[in-house]
Design a protein around this ligand. Sequence first.
Ligand code: GDP
Length: 461
Amino acid sequence: MINLSTSKDTIFALATPPGVGAIGVIRVSGTKTFPIINNLFPKKDLINAKTHTLHVGFLEYEHIVLDEVVLSLFKSPHSYTGEDVIEISCHGSVYIQQKVMEALSKSGARIALPGEFTQRAFLNNKMDLAQAESVADIIAANSEAAQQAALKQLRGGFSSELKSLREELIKLAALVELELDFSEEDVEFVDRKDLRILVDKIYFYSNGLLDSFKLGNVIKNGVSVAIIGKPNAGKSTLLNALLNEDRAIVSDIPGTTRDTIEEALNINGVLFRLIDTAGIRSDTADIIESFGVEKSLEKMRTADIIVYLFDASVETFETINSKVQELKNEHLHFILVANKIDLLRDTTIISELKKSAEVISISANKKVDIDKVKNELFHQTVHGELKFENTIVTNARHQSALNKVVESLMDIKEGMDHNISGDLLAPDIRKALHFLGEITGDVEVDRDILGTIFSKFCIGK
Ligand code: GDP
């Protein structure tokens, strides 16, 4: 097992997706990068070439030409990893890529593990831990909101603010610790007012970040939406109308949507995952279908938002109203949608319902007012405008560390309210400092945690 955090090997990996492409890029990083590739590239003396230069020529191994390539040179510390790096752009044939990697391997480099390049960047102080994590988020981003949040974090995000708050706290903590040496003399080197102001400041900032996580989480993972309603209410038709294409099966026979289907929908840059659920009916004898019904109920409870759809041309006010009360009782987020208004002669049901809940009236198959459903989904999620310039926490690890920061700060505040002495405050201050530092990697982060963070990266990053 290679110890990632201490390995000094020279590593390589394909940086472009595997398979055939116009160009394949193989990245090499480590102390032996230049000697190894210099041997494979007889045309030029790479050892003495300048950093940030490009070189065209033939790559050879044991006098056999492998390909005509372009080399991009980055000399330590001016590279992504902070080490000597060369990127080999070769022709994008799988065979050539393999041959080049084979030559590298035979020359003393080894294939990189997932995230190893970024981990080296972190260990060489090219970026802090939160920034390193945002690299994986950028690669995984599947909506504008997710990409913007990750990019903001890569450029520093809340790291710099947390770091400077932590440094201020370190200064005061050092003085509090000093009081311990003079505990018999009852001196206070730290003005308790200053400490209180700082603790409150960090508390306020950390809580703000925690609040943003709710939105951050949906931005990163998408918002799950369950469309529920009786068979034939028009759920599949609505799903198709939302997606604007025919993916789910639409039919006239009640209960034909057997399983749950997930489709992605992008509304104003936020990703929604739509789950089309089988009609919720309890009187069905069909086993496959009741399995679907079970799944629907389960999905309904775990969904972030429920779209409750009903056929306004057949339902009565009483049945829908009792359903609304049921959803309210379960404290579920829901949007009430009346479908098939094209068939509706009498609109009393809608006006009656409007007294107890917001109703959106649509016609799914005539595509009338589908945008209203989309707008409502967006507004229920974002509550107002989505501002990309706001700092948003999207990472569960950061959320968990922030929670612990807030807990320790609360203990400090409580201690101060009771005028406890420095020696009793010190452990909580240390705790707060530790968890603040865990976010940016300013304290030693558990090796297992590091391993987990970087193992989620793809190979080559
Ligand atoms: P599901 O069982 O809830 O998924 O319902 P479907 O989407 O399969 O729709 C059931 C039937 O209602 C189909 O024949 C649809 O064409 C029809 N339908 C769906 N929406 C509307 C609508 O807005 N107006 C009318 N007139 N028919 C609709």
